[in-house]
Design a protein around this ligand. Sequence first.
Ligand code: SF4
Length: 351
Amino acid sequence: MSKRLKLGALTTPRKLRSGKVLAKESTKKTSPYFDGEKSLPTNDRAKDRSPVKIKREATEDKEDAKSVDVTSSVKKKSEDIEESALSADAENIKIEKFDLKNEITEESVDVKTTKKGEQWMPPNWEIILKNIREMRKHGTAPVDEMGCHKCADPNASPVVSRYQSLIALMLSSQTKDQVTHAAMQRLNTFGCTPAILATISDEVLGKLIYPVGFWKRKVEYIKRTSIILLDKYDGDIPRTVKELCDLPGVGPKMAHICMRIAWGEVSGIGVDTHVHRICNRLNWVRRPTKTPEETRNELEDWLPRSLWSEVNHLLVGFGQEICLPRFPKCSECLNKDICPYRSKSSEKAKK
Ligand code: SF4
């Protein structure tokens, strides 16, 4: 006999051994299992129970998320996304994933500030900078006499002078200042304008710029750039970092320095190999950086904008004379007592 029939039999009024007949209200169903049976079909009941449980868990998750760390929060969010994926449509899943991405981005931005919400700055940076200025005050580094800002013909028109500065910057990558400067002298004597270099043969141009680093590739870049400048900018150079970076062989470092020396505008910090190395040695980046572009982002994050135009020239010369790539002259450096790189090296030597 089924459970329903058994219970149904119990609901029939009956006489007890004592002869007493069960009162009418005692015939009421004894199990709450059947409460509301008629108005709620079995399947609907099952549906109704499950969400109650899920809803409660979801609420608990939200409460917990407030007190856990970021990793747990992100993990929890991922779990929520997976849970949503079971019941939500594709559009909802997309929104969840987008929110998660935003949450991570916001966290990374927060990392740049201290616990008190103040802007992070490296310890002693002002003293270190002052010492570097002191060490650089005589202007004896190669960059002082032969940097790209010294390569344009002083008698050239402003438009040609800007073009020559750009060409000098293109030649300067992976090349010593002395070599770049000598190549620019030869180019200027030959005639360094976009009209001339756009039509010159590869062989002649190659001979003029040799032995700058990657000279063969630079021949191609210079010719293509000269044609673009004639076609698009009437022989002048563009005035934005983005447009400069669109030219063949021009990257962000060159573009920012070009904006400064050709247009007199400070658009960002030019970070070359010297600036990149020294910033990492001095801990002027919050964590070690792998590329000059990463270093530029870190540096621009905390260095006051009023110092942006100065810092490239200052550090390049410092890197050429004292903080050399190999065997830096720490004993001659005014920062030797506060330099993190120097103290690390001394500790290693003691061990
Ligand atoms: S102490 Fe040495 S490593 Fe540090 S800034 Fe000076 S030269 Fe560079």
